[in-house]
Design a binder for this molecule. Structure first.
Ligand code: FAD
Length: 318
């Protein structure tokens, strides 16, 4: 078994950014002489090859599938056939609504090692180790796969940085076997977040948590964020209450502040699920009345104080 197979993901004629992030994850695992092949399954796979020509990719495998939209049976069959033919030691795909539809079934059918929602991959003494959350993300769990010659990992998006340099990998085609799908596509409905903000690309974020107390306080922090040039983010209770759209939620079940360099957390306690989306930021400023709040463990600068007083002070400056 050798080589790493990345399953790129596309939706409605667009390559999903996680596809290139998987290429970076693959570099962490590749052993000397091992190749990274990226398979793209689509009705017109050739349309995606240019976008996949990045450093770290040795081969792009185009797989033509009949369905215009994602179809779990078709994808399970095609990816299964690819694995059977190539026998890679690692297969990487996105931890996404698509892979929810077929990855576990595929792993069970082929007897693969399997882990989902993986956010770290490494080789320890030559053995593959994947890290994922456990117990509702309260602990990090390291998973190894003794005795498995092929391991399938569904990797969390917005964790690895996509390669930026272009390259010229060879391009091959794979004929997927015909399959009778049990699913019928009826209609594609895009769920709008009602807000077009992209938290993953924001460089300066001001996040509000339950410490704001009530919905009526949101506008004053929105105005403050605008005044200081920050993107307004929130913790999960704020999004769950509908005070801000879900697209602004930072954390494990929200967005990762991938591009952020300055993160101001106001009235956020610093639960592990929130930290998962922002603890990597180089400059974190936390404001909380509770000196013991966990947010201070990741903050570079901490203010033990009232967010409304600090907000008023900041507003006076800008
Ligand atoms: P609290 O924990 O209630 O903290 C409020 C803080 O405000 C307190 O520390 C308090 O001292 C402070 N405060 C109150 N008044 C003031 C004041 N006037 N001035 C200053 N400080 C004040 N959470 C996320 O954020 N993002 C996620 O993606 C996410 N995903 C999750 C996924 C799972 C599977 C689970 C189980 C949970 C998830 N959570 C997530 C929820 C998480 O566990 C916490 O419940 C949540 O982060 C708490 O939000 P908070 O810090 O705003 O609220």
């Amino acid at each position: 078994m050798s080589g790493i197979l990345v399953i790129a993901e596309q939706r409605r004629a667009e390559l999903r950014p996680v596809s290139l992030e998987l290429v970076t994850a693959a570099q962490t695992l590749r052993r000397t002489g091992e190749e990274v092949a990226v398979a793209i399954l689509a009705a017109s796979p050739d349309n995606f090859t240019q976008a996949l020509c990045v450093t770290g990719v040795d081969e792009i495998v185009t797989v033509k599938v009949p369905a215009a939209e994602f179809d779990p049976d078709t994808f399970e069959s095609a990816v299964g056939a690819l694995i059977a033919q190539r026998r890679p030691d690692v297969v990487l795909m996105a931890h996404s609504v698509d892979s929810f539809g077929y990855a576990a079934a595929l792993a069970a059918r082929l007897g693969l090692g399997f882990a989902t929602d993986v956010f770290k991959v490494e080789r320890i003494e030559g053995e593959l180790v994947a890290t994922r959350g456990g117990y509702g993300q309260k602990v990090n769990v390291e998973v190894d796969f003794p005795g498995r010659s092929t391991v399938l990992l569904a990797v969390r998006s917005n964790v690895f940085k996509a390669p930026e340099q272009i390259a010229s990998p060879r391009i091959t085609a794979f004929d997927a076997p015909a399959v009778q799908s049990r699913a019928t596509g009826r209609e594609f409905i895009e769920l709008s977040a009602g807000d077009d903000v992209d938290m993953t690309s924001a460089e300066f974020i001001l996040t509000i948590g339950r410490g704001i107390g009530e919905e009526a306080k949101v506008p004053q922090f929105r105005e403050l964020a605008d005044a200081i040039g920050a993107t307004l983010g929130c913790s999960r209770p704020i999004a769950d209450a509908g005070w801000l759209p879900k697209s602004r939620q930072v954390g494990q079940s929200g967005k990762t502040a991938s591009a952020c360099r300055l993160y101001i957390a106001m009235g956020v306690s610093g639960a592990i699920q929130h930290l998962a989306g922002m603890k990597h930021v180089s400059t974190i400023v936390a404001v909380n009345t509770d000196a013991e709040a966990s947010i201070f463990t990741v903050a570079k600068y901490g203010i033990v104080g009232d967010i409304f007083e600090v907000a008023d002070e900041l507003r006076r400056l800008f």
